[in-house]
Design a binder for this molecule. Structure first.
Ligand SMILES: [Zn+2]
Length: 439
């Protein structure tokens, strides 16, 4: 039986000591990888290394055979709060996250109302304080009500907690608006994150334009709907400056664009979602609307390009685009069903496939879900260091299990990974020095 110890923000006392022993301690940020001990006092890491002695008043946690690393950071989730809390809310979403070893999430601002005002940020902060099981962060909207027209007051939103800006769910189609967003990005030192999709090119398509769309006789979304926006954004970035982050990259062409931008030294980063490197559009034939998301699952060629991007470091981060939907939103035709799948409980095991297959080292893989992700949002988490926040995860790399969506903590069960055999899971998740979840 899994145990929850919630909510985390009933803080541990500042003299509470916890001593993790026999752990393979990995800090992806520094490359540290040794079996040893780690001590937390209160909500901070006090020390870690080899041959440390446990204080007599410490709680001892034996991590034999397991990895101990910084808690995972998922920089793209939709917790539907406020607005669609029958699909997810901050409580269920964060409970789902900590099962996946995630200690910090970044909510996307396409809620109802959108996160375009300090008022909605106040709501988020106050509710998170009451019910959340992990750290809740959020992007602010680039434009008011995500209409793509008028910039939000980014300075005020940063003051209210915004870690960057995006209109995710929708692209910023107007290039001049994007230009002004980059001007703000340059002045304020925050990232502009794009859902790259030319709406005219995607033309109300519902899955990838390719074999599956032909076979099913439905309208497809071509690769160029992503890449033309990425190419345009990078051209504006080069002219104006600022920082750009490509959300859920799905195509080889977008990867190539990011590669050229990085070679020029532009401040561009990219993330990929597990479903895009695990599956192709063939999954739609099997899983139907539970394999419908935006951007869509692409071809094998794209999938392999994303894996190569992860391997070479072109892709900085892995993020889930956790997009819960109720049954009614998915029990529809492919054309009419909602886009999106849940992901926070499967990010770690699916990503570990890359490690088990020898494609990525464990350190490089963990970096994409810890320190690299943190850097994109100017967050000081994702590292193990003396004095750093005690957000931790203990990972059993070798536990084999089968994904059963009904068992998800999320309010929603929409996932194409039902029945997938995976290897590895979080066995203990620690937020601010307190175990919030253990197997
Ligand atoms: Zn998106």
């Amino acid at each position: 039986m899994s145990k929850f110890n919630l909510p985390y923000n009933q803080a541990v006392s500042q003299d509470k000591k916890t001593f993790y022993k026999n752990a393979r301690i990995i800090d992806a940020a520094s490359g540290y990888d040794k079996v040893g001990e780690l001590l937390t006092i209160g909500d901070k890491i006090a020390d870690f290394g080899q041959n440390l002695n446990a204080p007599t008043d410490a709680e001892i946690i034996d991590c034999s055979g397991n990895v101990l690393t910084a808690g995972l950071i998922d920089i793209q989730v939709h917790f539907r709060d406020p607005g669609q809390t029958h699909k997810e809310d901050l409580e269920s979403g964060s409970r789902s996250a900590v099962v996946g070893g995630i200690t910090t999430v970044v909510c996307q601002p396409n809620t109802a109302p959108t996160l375009d005002s300090t008022l909605t940020f106040d709501y988020l902060r106050l509710k998170a304080k009451e019910v959340a099981h992990c750290n809740i962060k959020a992007y602010g909207c680039i434009t008011k009500a995500m209409k793509g027209e008028e910039l939000t007051d980014m300075n005020a939103l940063i003051g209210a907690g915004a870690v960057g800006f995006t209109d995710d769910g929708l692209p910023v189609m107007n290039a001049n608006v994007m230009r002004r967003a980059f001007e703000s990005s340059k002045n304020l030192g925050v990232v502009i994150a794009q859902h790259a999709e030319d709406l005219n090119l995607s033309n109300k398509g519902c899955i990838n334009e390719g074999r599956a769309s032909l076979e099913l006789g439905v309208r497809g979304i071509p690769n160029i709907s992503e890449s033309v926006i990425v190419e345009r954004d990078l051209a504006i970035l080069e002219a104006i400056g600022g920082r750009y982050h490509l959300l859920h990259c799905s195509t080889k062409e977008a990867m190539d664009a990011i590669k050229r931008a990085k070679a020029k030294g532009l401040q561009a980063t990219a993330e990929v979602s597990p479903h895009h490197f695990m599956l192709t559009d063939a999954a739609v034939l099997k899983s139907g609307t539970n394999a419908k998301m935006n951007p869509p699952l692409r071809s094998e060629e794209d999938r392999l390009a994303l894996i190569e991007g992860l391997r070479t470091g072109l892709i900085d981060a892995i993020a889930t685009d956790h997009a819960p939907h109720d049954l009614a939103s998915k029990n529809k035709t492919l054309e009419e069903a909602a886009f999106g799948i849940v992901g926070v409980e499967t990010m770690l095991p699916l990503s570990l496939t890359l490690y088990h297959q020898g494609i990525l080292s464990l350190i490089d893989l963990l970096a994409k879900m810890t320190c690299n992700a943190a850097r994109i949002i100017n967050f000081d988490g994702g590292v193990l260091a003396k004095g750093a926040r005690a957000d931790l995860v203990v990972i059993d790399l070798n536990h084999e299990w089968i994904i059963e969506c009904e068992k998800f903590q999320s309010k929603s069960k929409n996932s194409p990974f039902e029945g997938f055999k995976v290897k590895g899971r979080a066995v203990r998740t620690v937020v601010a020095g307190k175990t919030v979840f253990e197997v």
